[in-house]
Design a protein around this ligand. Structure first.
Ligand code: LLP
Length: 388
């Protein structure tokens, strides 16, 4: 399927806004399900941090995926969207007491615990409530990933997870606590990873740790390898689906699961990135001596990835067939970093043209801010847009 835009319908909405191609989302979900259904012990939790708009949550929930949350607000959004509590996993280095209470009160499936003090607090709160809660320990595997430094999480210098050297002590502590039930190990090495070798390195690390656990007679029911699978930002039209088969095959080939073990995944970007585009309008054209600026009405308030991670989102002029020229596409925010891309080729850009920034379904709307007292962008499903 190729990404097409219902241009006349898009013109009717006030810009800037997010447009979600639900048909492409469904195709992506079908492809995920096709891979996962080859194994009766594989479970995928959608990482809701990537996008919590109800129009994307609905098809994801209907596809039967679980959900990965990192805040009380995300738990609320998941429950509201209809995800069953027993498919919610809850990670994060800084869970507040109220968020832990909320998870316990709603009987979520599992807490992914990131430190000893957090483990103690969860046990204490669960005790107060007379409950026993499932926990996995998030282990920092010290495995690097070929991605932007800001989205690498699995190195020992990163704040995430429990040091491998402390794994046995923490398992022992958890097993001695009365109100937590130790279920397994959780990992996550980073995001926008397209080199399968990085995931293979994680598999090898998990295998090593499992060998050590076996030697101590410790049984683990759950292995959760997090998310991180990347998408093609350079050619989203030609390559709208992430390399799901390669990704799941890596785990099937390289991870040595023990009998009865479940393998959990937490995919965010791979599921929603390509279905979303930021739609913005050209406010002004400005010709300087060396540059042609297309000043659009979206800024890093709507899509912060280029400013924060140096990301490049493919940009298309939806309403022009004019001769190509070279432009810098910039927003209205009062900071030089409010630049979507520089020296890119676009069909002749004029005031009023509609511009699409592709692959923006993940970490786009979800990371929007109100800087400069701007309004948060709306996000519309293709189905709603077409029905109007
Ligand atoms: N699980 C855990 C524990 C995570 O921290 C993350 C992402 C995921 C799963 C989902 O990762 P994904 O499959 O989406 O790669 N804002 C950044 C990405 C931050 C990712 C944070 N953690 C960006 O726009 O590139």
């Amino acid at each position: 399927m190729t990404q097409t835009f219902p241009i006349e319908a898009l013109k009717k909405k006030a810009t800037p806004y997010y447009y979600y191609n639900i048909e492409l989302l469904r195709q992506t979900l079908d492809a995920v399900k096709a891979e996962v259904s080859k194994h009766d012990n594989y479970f995928v939790h959608y990482a809701i941090k990537a996008n919590a708009n109800p129009v994307v949550l609905k098809p994801i929930m209907k596809a039967g995926l679980g959900i990965d949350c990192v805040s009380g607000g995300e738990i609320t959004a998941s429950l509201k969207a209809g995800f069953p509590a027993d498919k919610i996993v809850f990670a994060g280095v800084g869970k507040a007491d109220w968020e832990i209470e909320m998870g316990i009160d709603n009987n979520i499936f599992c807490f992914n615990v990131e430190s000893i003090p957090e483990l103690e607090v969860i046990n204490e709160i669960a005790q107060r409530k007379g409950k026993v809660v499932n926990i996995c320990l998030r282990i920092n595997p010290n495995v690097g990933a070929h991605t932007h430094a800001n989205i690498t999480t699995g190195l020992s210098e990163n704040k995430f997870g429990i040091d491998m050297a402390h794994m046995f002590d923490v398992i022992k502590m958890a097993n001695e606590m009365s109100n937590v039930s130790f279920q397994g190990l959780h990992f996550h090495i980073g995001s926008q990873i397209l080199e399968m070798d990085d995931f293979i390195a994680l598999c090898h690390r998990v295998n090593e740790l499992q060998d050590k656990l076996d030697a101590q007679g410790i049984k683990v029911k759950i292995i959760n390898v997090g998310g991180g699978l990347g998408v093609d930002y350079d050619d989203p039209i030609g390559n709208p689906l992430p390399p799901l088969k390669e990704y799941f095959d890596v785990y099937n080939t390289h991870l040595k699961l023990r009998a009865g073990q479940e393998l959990h995944f937490e995919l965010g970007r791979a599921i929603v990135a390509q279905c979303g585009s930021l739609i913005t309008k050209v406010l002004y054209m400005k010709d300087n001596t060396n540059k042609k600026f297309a000043i659009v009405d979206a800024g890093f308030t709507e899509l912060i990835r280029p400013a924060l991670y140096g990301a490049h989102h493919k940009i298309m002029n939806l309403t022009s067939n004019g001769p190509q020229d070279t432009y810098d596409v910039v927003g209205p925010i009062c900071e030089s970093s409010d630049t979507f891309d520089t020296d890119i080729k676009l069909n002749e850009v004029r005031r009023g043209d509609l511009i699409a920034m592709l692959s923006a379904g993940a970490y786009g709307e979800a990371m929007a801010s109100c800087y400069n007292c701007r309004k948060l962008p709306k996000g519309y499903s293709s189905e709603d847009i077409m029905a109007e």
